[in-house]
Design a protein around this ligand. Structure first.
Ligand code: UT7
Length: 329
């Protein structure tokens, strides 16, 4: 019997999880004040749009957050873990140096055998992972995939550096993907430019049983900001062209949730009204690879994103990496 590869990959279900410990800006101000570091709710809201973030408790890892998000996505797709034949986790805060968080998650899901691996593209990780899974499904290498963004960025923050520690949070978002003859993922556009490694990185490494270099996040915020506004527009235009669509076809823009000013700027350049922009950065902060699937699940569950809507997902971050995926939900 010959099997015919599906024309499209569609999202069959979504899920997400935020660890319960929520820190408001006021609580961050207090936490930092105890270290002699000054910040304010006004500064954080005005410069970023962030009002709160969630931090995982000690001992809770990316795979634990991923597990809950994955279980929700499976339930919403009406599938079980045993029906999944590909697991990809996008993360920059894995449980271990190795094996992959995806392999650890696979065991936590109580299944074995299917390929499971991590994708490391920092805040672009989810659009990278989605693109890989889409290609594997359309080629016939997989039939049903779990793609997850999961992060515990609180573990790599320097709480003496106010320019970064107020920005990030922990969480996970997941989708179940299936082959379909109905549109689904329409086009993807991915990029990296390693010349900008130093503007957003965790420069440390492990060697000889010791951490060498600094294991905490470093960011040149202004450099990242400038690059982000440029590449988010170019990736959006490129993916629309590949799909044969225009800005007017976009029902929802779900960009990486890092800064409301960057997100509003991207919507403006694409001539999209802000009510087409999905915003969760206010309550989640920047959850890196988890931010897009968290926002997608949020928008699906509150009834904003509906079946048939055209959705633009856009990631940007360390590497420097960026990319967009256009899909019919
Ligand atoms: O996830 C990957 C993608 N990441 C991003 O997209 C992040 C992109 N960058 C940004 O979102 C912004 O650049 C930041 C939010 C990081 C910073 O905003 P900004 O408007 O670029 O501020 P700035 O770096 O120019 O700093 C302005 C001032 C400085 O003080 P002086 O030199 O003007 O006296 C900073 O020291 O704000 C000060 N500042 C703070 N003040 C209070 C920086 N952080 C804080 C803080 N609280 N937490």
């Amino acid at each position: 019997m010959t099997s015919v590869s599906p024309r499209y990959t569609r999202i069959a279900g979504t899920g997400s999880h935020l660890p319960p410990r929520r820190l408001s800006n006021a609580q961050m101000v207090q936490l930092l004040a105890a270290r002699g570091v000054e910040t304010s709710d006004d500064w954080i809201v005005e410069r970023t749009g962030i009002r709160a973030r969630h931090f995982a408790d000690d001992g809770v890892n990316a795979s634990d957050l991923a597990l809950i998000a994955a279980q929700q996505a499976l339930a919403s797709a009406g599938r079980t873990a045993a029906e999944i034949d590909l697991i990809i986790v996008a993360t920059s805060t894995p449980d271990m140096v190795f094996p992959s968080t995806a392999a650890i998650l696979q065991a936590k899901l109580g299944v074995a055998g299917c390929p499971a691996f991590d994708v490391q593209a920092v805040c672009s990780g989810f659009v990278y992972a989605l693109t890989v899974a889409d290609a594997m499904i359309r080629s016939g290498a997989a039939t049903r995939a779990l793609v997850i963004g999961a992060e515990v960025f609180s573990r790599i923050l320097d709480f003496n550096d106010r320019t970064t520690c107020v920005l990030f949070g922990d969480g996970a978002g997941a989708v179940v993907l299936e082959g379909s003859d109905q549109p689904g993922i329409l086009a993807a556009d991915l990029h990296a430019d390693g010349r900008h490694v130093g503007i957003l990185c965790v420069p440390g490494t492990v060697s000889g049983g010791q951490v060498l270099g600094d294991p905490l996040l470093k960011m040149d915020g202004q450099a990242v900001f400038k690059l982000a506004v440029t590449v988010l527009e170019s990736a959006a235009r490129a993916v629309l062209e590949k799909a044969g669509r225009t800005e007017a076809d976009i029902d929802w823009l779900i960009p990486h949730q890092a800064n409301i000013r960057i997100m509003n700027g991207t919507a403006r350049k694409l001539k999209l009204p802000t009510d087409k922009l999905v915003v969760t950065v206010d309550e989640h902060g920047n959850t890196s690879a988890a931010s897009i699937p968290l926002a997608l699940d949020h928008a699906v569950r509150n009834g904003s994103v509906k079946r048939g809507d055209t959705v633009m997902l856009e990631g940007v971050g360390g590497g420097f990496t960026w990319g967009a995926v256009l899909l019919d939900y």
